[in-house]
Design a protein around this ligand. Structure first.
Ligand SMILES: CC(C)(COP(=O)(O)OP(=O)(O)OC[C@H]1O[C@@H](n2cnc3c(N)ncnc32)[C@H](O)[C@@H]1OP(=O)(O)O)[C@@H](O)C(=O)NCCC(=O)NCCS
Length: 314
């Protein structure tokens, strides 16, 4: 199609690009404010990696690829890889080669940044979804497979009706036993900060420290301290759990402490705190089937979305 032009993103196209995303990605409400925060304010955003397809002055397609420039806290380096976090073509203009042109442009960009591997789309911290939603966008999945991408695994997103949440008796007993064993589970207080960050650096290096830092800053400015639950033993943090609005997580227990029921106790404390805030729903965007079986199913979480996380070597 010769009348389609593919150009790097420019600020004046903001509203048209956001409208295009709203029209094409029907399962993902993307407001202008969300786009500004996740895309334009991202220090790794580069307009060259964000091609816009324009036809007769209309925006008909958009793609977003990211090559990280700034390291993410203590996360292992990912200089060898790039990410594609958005790709959309207006429904009236699909299957005419526009998506292919946008993809080619993004892959060329990532090659120019010396990336050897592309992932769709687990880019911390600013991913939209952990892959292509296989139910909402089956055409999107076929598109990537046709272009040589392979599935890595299928992350699951789940929702929970908080009004039905009851803490099972065994979890209550387990919590009492843990207490006797010397494990305390309590909500955030600033005295726990040094041990919390020691734990996060060792066990979950990367984006979780930023999550905790931002949550604590908000708590210190007036948010409820029950947003953050901490399990500790002998001065060391062994687990933590968090919510923000209806979004549940992250939740994590130290590797050596798993299997003691600490994750269950943290999860129910957090869900209970959410209910007491008046929330009706808890959801998370990204987990795996094993964790769903071990933790979430019993609490009443049900699958709402299923993604295919994809990879391709360049
Ligand atoms: C995925 C998407 C960006 C592809 O853009 P496009 O311009 O339609 O793609 P192209 O015309 O370059 O390539 C078309 C190929 O993609 C695949 N494809 C795209 N849409 C498809 C559909 N609805 N059903 C089956 N295959 C589809 C096919 O392999 C197709 O080749 P074919 O037409 O020869 O069968 C576009 O369909 C879209 O915006 N979908 C909704 C959002 C989405 O899924 N985004 C990706 C996940 S974030």
């Amino acid at each position: 199609m010769d009348s389609v032009q593919v150009i790097p993103f420019v600020g004046d196209l903001l509203d048209n690009v956001v409208l295009l995303l709203q029209q094409s990605l029907h399962a993902d409400p993307i407001s202008r404010s969300l786009f500004v925060r996740k895309v334009l304010l991202d220090p790794n955003f580069d307009p060259e990696g964000a091609p816009v397809a324009v036809m007769d002055e209309q925006v008909v397609g958009f793609g977003l690829s990211i090559a990280r420039r700034l390291p993410l806290e203590d996360a292992p380096p990912d200089w060898d890889r790039g990410y594609i976090t958005l790709l959309a073509v207006h429904p009236d203009w699909q299957r005419r080669g526009i998506g292919t042109q946008l993809l080619r442009r993004m892959e060329d960009y990532l090659r120019s940044q010396e990336r050897k591997l592309v992932l769709v789309s687990p880019y911390a911290p600013n991913y939209f979804t952990p892959g292509v939603d296989v139910n909402a966008y089956p055409g999107g999945l076929r598109f990537f497979l046709k272009h040589g991408y392979q599935e890595v695994y299928r992350p699951v997103s789940m929702d929970c009706n908080l009004l039905n949440v009851r803490v099972p008796a065994w979890v209550q007993h387990r919590e009492q036993e843990l207490q006797r064993e010397g494990v305390t589970v309590e909500h955030y207080r600033p005295q726990l900060i040094p041990a919390l960050f020691r734990f996060l650096r060792a066990e979950f290096p990367g984006d979780w420290q930023r999550f905790a830092r931002e949550a604590i800053a908000r708590i210190e400015q007036g948010d409820t301290p029950t947003r953050l639950w901490i399990a500790h033993e002998k001065g060391e943090v062994v687990g933590y759990s968090h919510f923000e609005g209806e979004r549940f997580g992250p939740i994590g227990v130290a590797q050596s402490q798993r299997g003691r029921g600490i994750g269950q106790v943290l999860m129910y404390r957090t869900l209970q705190a959410m209910r007491l805030q008046g929330l009706h729903t808890a959801f998370f965007l990204w987990s795996d089937d094993r964790t769903a079986e071990r933790l979430y199913n019993a609490a009443g979480f049900v699958e709402t979305r299923r993604f295919a996380l994809l990879r391709k070597e360049l």
